[in-house]
Design a protein around this ligand. Structure first.
Ligand SMILES: Cc1cc2nc3c(=O)[nH]c(=O)nc-3n(C[C@H](O)[C@H](O)[C@H](O)COP(=O)(O)OP(=O)(O)OC[C@H]3O[C@@H](n4cnc5c(N)ncnc54)[C@H](O)[C@@H]3O)c2cc1C
Length: 270
């Protein structure tokens, strides 16, 4: 099983063909302290600058999006420039950006968005980012990885036990998971394009007219929440809790760990 993430060694060694689906950004990650009266918003985006603030209890885990390949230039401009950029888009952080003393307080995460043409070879199946590296847009990559593992466990438990796994079993898993994966990557690309549209524009960015109209109704809100929390169908139908440890111990324990980690935030589907 290749489940070693977006820099998968397994998929490289297996010589599986990768299709790049475009990731025009990287993410600069920083930690800033949280104050009780801070706004509860998750995403701030304006004039081509975007920052997400993830509530980690006593601090904000911030991801500042930068166009791909520009992190070095940003570094050359110095830490003060990064602080100013953060304040520009999320002014409430003004009183604490000095917590970023130098670049050792900053981590650059390279974003990749791609997918394998074929997720398997006889004896090997790639799932999660190893099969389809997801961009951070929407925070849905974990959901897809978990859903892949549930689909794999459900389809392979019995044949693994009997020792009858064939390429057909593996192809079936790819068929089942390809549609939600490519649709999600497509949505991520559209959202990413929207975010970068304001790049280099001096005036404040405004969402497009159609989006503003949609925001006035409750349906798109519900659709968006569903997309983030559950993803697109078809999802794994089987309840992983019904899988027996003896059927497939490694996959079962992976899934159970994921459920324990993510279920409280409601970020998992059946
Ligand atoms: C900057 C950034 C922010 C993101 N933010 C979010 C978010 O907020 N929410 C969200 O849902 N998704 C997010 N994503 C996407 C998400 O991280 C991935 O889609 C998801 O983690 C994929 O899960 P995975 O199990 O396939 O891979 P990973 O989570 O990457 O897990 C792979 C595991 O394999 C291990 N591994 C790697 N190589 C080896 C090796 N050679 N030997 C042994 N072990 C190895 C790693 O240590 C790791 O534990 C983000 C992505 C990026 C780039």
């Amino acid at each position: 099983m290749g489940a070693d993430g977006r820099n998968s060694v397994v998929r490289d060694c297996a010589d599986l063909k990768v299709e790049n689906v475009g990731a025009s950004m990287d993410s600069v990650q920083v930690r800033l302290s949280k104050h009780p009266d801070d706004p509860k918003l998750f995403l701030y985006s304006d004039r081509g600058k975007t920052i997400v603030t993830i509530d980690r209890g006593d601090y904000w885990h911030c991801g500042f999006a930068v166009p791909k390949g520009t992190a070095e230039k940003m570094r050359a401009r110095g830490i003060k420039d990064l602080r100013a950029s953060i304040v520009e888009v999320a002014p409430f952080l003004r009183d604490r950006v000095t917590e970023l003393r130098d670049w050792s307080d900053v981590k650059l995460l390279t974003v990749r968005a791609d997918r394998l043409r074929k997720w398997y070879r006889l004896g090997l199946l790639c799932i999660g980012d190893a099969a389809h590296a997801m961009s951070p847009v929407g925070g849905v990559g974990i959901n897809l990885a978990i859903q892949d593992s549930v689909a794999a466990a459900s389809s392979l438990a019995e044949p693994l036990r009997k020792g009858t796994v064939s390429s057909d079993h593996l192809a079936k898993i790819q068929r089942r998971r390809s549609f939600p994966t490519s649709l999600t990557q497509h949505m991520q690309a559209i959202i990413q394009k929207q975010v970068w549209r304001g790049l280099d524009k001096p005036q404040a960015a405004r969402p497009p007219w159609a989006l503003r109209q949609l925001e006035r109704t409750t349906l798109p809100c519900r659709m968006r929440t569903r997309f983030i929390a559950v993803g697109f169908p078809p999802r794994a139908r089987e309840d992983p809790r019904r899988l027996q440890m003896k059927d497939c111990p490694v996959l079962c324990s992976m899934i159970r760990r994921c459920i324990c980690n993510y279920a409280p935030q409601g970020a998992i589907s059946g």
